[in-house]
Design a protein around this ligand. Structure first.
Ligand code: PLP
Length: 424
């Protein structure tokens, strides 16, 4: 036993960790350190990271300015845990976020810090929408992903995750997302019709929850006109609009919020993943003040507002969101990335490969999960970390750090291109 363990660095994970582990199966090495867009394993082998913690590391691994802020705070005996007590770190974060993100957009919001995960924040958003409207149903969309706790799972489309719930998932109605039927069909018209029809069987919901680019569901970007139609029908029917910007937010599509391009004014915005800037868990709900119907402590959690994450989150806002530099870089790198992926798709022998997405959130649809898996596996063998998404895991998703340099981006794309050509 001991011999086997010393010859196989993954032995502890295979024998001690639950079967539920997933990424360590896709990338079967033991990672030790990381910087920027580079991950390094225990043998010193480097991998280019086009996964970025599934959208957590928009500013790359271990941004030195953010880490220095964290070190400074730790050395000063700053509050690490304070339940939801008032702390200097939280005040600084809220004031900085208000000045850098909300005020320039003319947004007035209250901040709610739920537990630290994305699912914690989605649960809070759904619960608040129900409490504020007195209605129970939530409309969600095909291919949506909002987390795997029961409330969030109820508004998540994927059957693989839903089947694991162990009890009926209640309180959600699914409608077709933008482009679900392809062609010229505007699926918002269908939703509009069933909401207007008192005999459609669809109850007036408390809220509609959506991602503007569906991440886990297969990198499906909604169009500006579709998003605006959804917002209009929310307003007409007194339905709250919740934008889950957990994966597409914090600059992933260019602007800080993924809905900026469509000029939406969501009632509740849900953020997590890249909010702390360096991988520390932190989630946030931004709510219109009139929705703040919570009674004190009614929705709580021991780890609300992780102070160290708030410190690095403030540093990230100051570094990246007080000027236009990062947004411009995302637009530029996003163009290069999508152009290269399109060339790869066109030059492959399988003409069913296609590219979609927005900003630096792009997907290469390989039609089948089997093909996507082969390409991803080959890419990993050659030093590129890239993962799959979509109903059948048929889409390879590209989420490189927004701060990636051109040379590393090119090296990653070269590996991808040679992997596609080797397999297809
Ligand atoms: N919402 C979206 C859009 C996500 O992409 C995710 C996770 O990938 C979640 C919610 C759930 O976040 P968490 O895994 O932190 O619970």
């Amino acid at each position: 036993m001991r011999q086997e363990s010393s010859s196989n660095s993954l032995f502890a994970f295979q024998t001690l960790e639950s079967n539920v582990r997933s990424y360590s199966r896709s990338f079967p090495v033991v990672f030790r350190k990381a910087a920027g867009a580079i991950l390094e394993d225990e043998n010193g082998r480097e991998f280019i990271d086009f996964l970025s913690g599934s959208g957590v590391l928009n500013y790359g691994h271990n941004d030195s300015d953010l880490l220095n802020e964290a070190m400074r705070y730790l050395k000063s005996n700053g509050i690490i845990h304070g339940l939801d007590m008032a702390t200097s770190a939280k005040r600084e974060f809220m004031e900085c976020f208000d000045a850098a993100i909300l005020q320039p957009r003319g947004l007035t919001c209250k901040f709610q810090f739920p537990g630290p995960t994305g699912a914690n924040a989605v649960e809070a958003a759904l619960k608040l929408a129900r409490k504020a409207t007195g209605r129970h149903s939530i409309i969600s969309f095909t291919n949506s992903f909002h987390g795997v706790s029961l409330g969030a799972l109820a508004v998540t489309g994927n059957r693989y995750y839903r089947d694991a719930a162990g009890l009926p998932l209640a309180g959600a109605v699914f409608m077709p997302y933008d482009e679900y039927w392809g062609g010229d069909n505007d699926t918002s018209e269908y939703l509009d019709k069933v909401l207007a029809d008192a005999s459609s069987g669809v109850d007036l919901p408390a809220a509609i929850i959506l991602e503007t680019v569906q991440g886990e569901g297969g990198i499906n970007p909604a169009s500006k006109s579709w998003l605006q139609s959804i917002e209009r029908l929310c307003r007409r029917n007194g339905i709250l609009l919740i934008v889950d910007d957990i994966q597409a937010g914090c600059g992933r599509t260019g602007n800080f919020f993924s809905f900026d391009f469509a000029d939406l004014s969501p009632d509740i915005i849900v953020l997590s993943k890249s909010l702390s800037g360096c991988g520390l868990p932190l989630s946030l709900l931004l709510l219109k003040p009139e929705l703040d119907v919570w009674r004190p402590g009614e929705h709580n959690g021991t780890f609300r507002g992780n102070n160290l994450a708030l410190v690095t989150g403030t540093a990230a806002l100051r570094k990246y969101w007080t000027n236009e530099k990062l947004s411009k870089a995302v637009a530029e790198i996003g163009r290069i990335l999508s152009e290269c992926l399109r060339q790869v798709a066109q030059s492959s022998r399988n003409h069913s490969l296609s590219v979609r997405g927005r900003g630096m959130m792009l997907g290469l649809d390989c039609s089948t999960g089997e093909l996507a898996e082969k390409i991803v596996r080959k890419a990993f063998e050659d030093g590129l970390v890239v993962e799959r998404c979509g109903a059948e895991d048929q889409v390879i998703k590209f989420l490189p750090p927004l701060t990636i340099d051109r040379h590393t981006l090119r090296r990653g794309l070269d590996i991808l291109e040679s992997s596609v050509h080797a397999i297809v």
